[in-house]
Each structure stands twice: as C-alpha cells, then as structure tokens.
Design a protein around this ligand. Sequence first.
Ligand code: DX5
Ligand code: ZN
Length: 229
Amino acid sequence: MTSIDAGPTGALRVAPSILAADFGELGNAVRTIDAETDWLHVDVMDGHFVPNVSIGPPVVQSIRRYSSRFFDCHLMMSEPGRYLEAFQKAGADGCTVHVEVGGTASLISDARALGLRVGLAANPDTAFDKVAPFLGDIDLLLLMTVFPGFGGQSFMGEVMPKVAEARREVDVNALALDIEVDGGIDLATAPIAVAAGANVLVAGSAIFGRPAPLEAARALRVAARDAQR
Ligand code: DX5
Ligand code: ZN
C-alpha cells in the first residue's frame, strides 16, 4: 500500500480521533468530517499498556476505503513491534509507539523500514529527557495531555511546559518534527496547546461528540489558527 503524504512538517493540523465516533457508523463518520480532516487519528488500545481495548488492523483496512487522508495510528500497546507490519499493510501511513514500552530505537527503525512515518509518544508523567535522545530519528512527538486509555478526559495543562520545551528543541536545532497533543483538546484548550508549541491537535469528543462534527472540527481549526498568530 502506498502511503499518503503527511504534508509540510510543522504546519497546523487537526486530527480527529475516531475513538469518539459511533463504531457502527465509522465509514460515514470519517466521510462526514473529511473536509476538515488533515490527519485521521486512529487510537489502538491493547488492554495491556492501557486498561481498554479498541480497534486493530482490520478496522483500519475497512475505513481506508472511506478516506484518502493521512492515517495517524497511535499504538497504545505493550508490544507494538508485533503489529507494525499489519498496520502498514492495512493502510496506516504513520505509527506512533510509546516510549514507556522500551525498545524505542529498534521500534523506530522497524517502523522506518516499513515506510511508515514514525511517531514517539510520552505519557503526561514521562519526562522530556526520555524522548529527547530520539528527536532526530522521528517525524512526530506525541505529548499526551491525558493518561491514555479513554476518550473524554480533561486536558492536563501541566503538560504545557513539556510542549514548550519540545518546541524550543525543535526550533533551536531546526528539527523536522511535528509536535502533537492528544487528550481533552477542545475550543478552550486547543489555543493553549498551540500557544505552547503544538502543531497537531488530536480531538475526539470535541468533534465526534458534538451534534455537528464537521462544524466542530472547523471551529477547532479556527481557534487554533488564531492562537498561532
Ligand atoms: C486517549 C486517546 C485519545 C482520545 C482523545 O487515550 O489517545 O486520542 O481519543 O479523546 P478526547 O479528545 O475525547 O480527549
Ligand atoms: Zn490518541
């Protein structure tokens, strides 16, 4: 499967998380928000790294028919290396693994060898030092603004100094790296995250939990863009 271009690194992006969509209507849900989707965020939970189970490669393959957007797969899994190839074959364009599971250097090179865009995620209580050594080898740094496992949680503002630290590193060293935030992103918190230095905004409840998801995604983009100025 040829992967879809992620677009220019560092540009503002809205990445709706399908976790908050109606799984019985996923294809339609994805189509509904297409015009305001830069990347589609796919939350994969293994019931081990996080206390919840969500979806896997067959679902990625099924929704691939409904979208030509970049598929940003967030692997909340203890052993993501066992599934990278399956996700790539199913239609993932980028895969993000958590630094907390270890084996980071080989996971990055395995994902790279598969032609995937590579992301590294850190939980709210994981220090910036843990991800810093890998910044030159990845395309995306995902800084969780909730503890992963469930949608609909409250944004943790205390992660913002870490976002700002990451943005400083990226700017000072001219790194080609996107900084993504995920968890509790809505009209009120998106501007805070963008002002701190994030450029990719994942949002589930604030888009699919709204009566008009397309308009909600558009409003989020506008709020984020205003914060960038
Ligand atoms: C949390 C997931 C998030 C989640 C965000 O474990 O990684 O992507 O879907 O959901 P909201 O936007 O509802 O916090
Ligand atoms: Zn996620």
